[in-house]
Design a protein around this ligand. Structure first.
Ligand SMILES: Cc1cc2nc3c(=O)[nH]c(=O)nc-3n(C[C@H](O)[C@H](O)[C@H](O)COP(=O)(O)OP(=O)(O)OC[C@H]3O[C@@H](n4cnc5c(N)ncnc54)[C@H](O)[C@@H]3O)c2cc1C
Length: 384
């Protein structure tokens, strides 16, 4: 039986980044993935790094997003140094467009709300938006400039994380589904994968939207990780004769530039189970939003279409930290923000494992605890 300090279930951006962080602390780490690692949500993502909340439900996430954005430059530098590849990280700011008539009022409310939350934002006119991004369309009624935002190329990021992890001595086992946890006197002491037991002092579940499926096999894990897949369809466009300089978005969709000149357009939000089909309706929705944002894209070649499964949770917040099973930590449910939240998640989980605590003062451990769903259920039972 092989033996490690930490076994990580899932080799997406979250699992791979945690592995990198732990390996830098000289721990012996194994990442176990049921397929070739890095080909699920982390591969499909657009790569926007935006801590601005999309809805009131996102507000608890803002401090975490801001902290992750602060960590990003050093995080990327460390990974790029250890794997010798670029992840195409850029901090060029983003433009948010408001489409409703008299969008200025809504825009000014957003600016005030963002600033209160610590998110840098500036009200700008549609003309000023076009000065920053020449190809921004005429549908814009008002605009916001978000100077701190940026992007990264998720496929490069996940490849670099896995390479950096290997270079730091992490064992990566692809094609090996984890079917359950191993217990010793009620303590989690490893995992079972492909019929083999892998002993580990600590186990981290980072299985993205598949975490709930994994938990189904074990009554002790019920309620700790109620994830579900939320499908997002994407299109890569290859514009002719122009390139986009930064992220452009509206309430209907977004555009993210790639280093090779392509523009990634997203996305739908669909409850379609684990079905990863790309549909005519989905593509139409994404294209309509893209061309509304940037009419010049109407002539662009469609270079690629794909879809991915975001790890959603009942309250749209990630599930992070230790739980009531000793030796088990959860890092899943990052929904629409897992690429943004990769550095802070890796740091939080590593601090819990190495130091038994987190050092990020603004972190609301209760709001993100794996135990919160069980608590909600028992308080419902008591009041019923
Ligand atoms: C279309 C789309 C656009 C997005 N855009 C953005 C964006 O712009 N910005 C942003 O911040 N976020 C974005 N996201 C969200 C982000 O991609 C996810 O939150 C993040 O990638 C989740 O990472 P993960 O490692 O938890 O999951 P995943 O990348 O899904 O990895 C989970 C891994 O676990 C493995 N696994 C599952 N079950 C088992 C098992 N039993 N045993 C072993 N291995 C197992 C899987 O094979 C997989 O490799 C987007 C997502 C999608 C789908």
């Amino acid at each position: 039986m092989s033996s490690f300090d930490v076994a990580i279930v899932g080799g997406g951006a979250i699992g791979a980044a945690i592995a990198c962080e732990l390996a830098a602390e000289d721990l012996r780490v194994v990442v176990v993935d049921r397929q070739q690692p890095g080909l699920e949500a982390s591969w499909a993502a657009a790569g926007m790094l935006s801590p601005a909340p999309d809805s009131p439900r996102d507000i608890p996430l803002v401090p975490l997003g801001l902290e992750s954005l602060r960590l990003y430059p050093n995080f990327v530098a460390g990974i790029e140094e250890d794997c010798g590849k670029s992840v195409s990280y850029a901090r060029d700011g983003a433009i948010e467009i408001l489409l409703a008539p008299h969008g200025e009022t809504e825009r000014d409310q957003k600016v005030a709300e963002y600033r209160l939350l610590g998110v840098a934002a500036e009200a700008i006119s549609p003309e000023a938006a076009r000065e920053r991004e020449k190809f921004c369309g005429a549908a814009a009624q008002a605009a916001l400039w978000l100077p701190e935002e940026g992007s990264v190329e998720p496929r490069l990021l996940i490849g670099a994380l896995l390479d950096a992890a290997r270079n730091r001595g992490v064992t990566i086992r692809g094609g090996s589904r984890v079917s359950g946890l191993v217990y010793e006197k009620n303590r989690c002491a490893g995992v079972t994968a492909g019929g083999e037991k892998i002993a580990a002092g600590q186990v981290v579940v980072a299985a993205g939207c598949f975490s709930a499926q994994f938990a189904e096999s074990d009554p002790r894990l019920a309620r700790l990780m109620p994830t579900r897949p939320v499908r997002g369809q994407m299109i890569a466009l290859r514009p002719e004769g122009f390139a986009l300089g930064r992220v452009l978005r509206s309430e209907r969709g977004y555009l993210v530039p790639r280093r090779d000149g392509r523009v990634v357009a997203g996305s739908t939000k669909e409850e379609a189970g684990f079905e990863k089909r790309v549909t005519a309706g989905g593509i139409r929705k994404v294209l309509d939003a893209a061309i509304e944002l940037c009419p010049a894209l109407a002539g662009a070649e469609i270079a690629e279409t794909w879809s991915g499964l975001r790890p959603g949770t009942p309250d749209d917040l990630p599930i992070l930290g230790p739980c009531d099973v000793e030796g088990l930590l959860i890092a899943t449910g990052h929904y629409r923000n897992g690429i943004l939240l990769t550095p802070v998640t890796a740091k939080l989980i590593c601090d819990w494992i190495v130091h038994g605590r987190t050092f990020f003062e603004a972190f609301d451990a209760e709001a993100f605890s794996p135990l919160r769903f069980g608590r909600a259920e028992s308080s419902r039972t008591q009041t019923a």
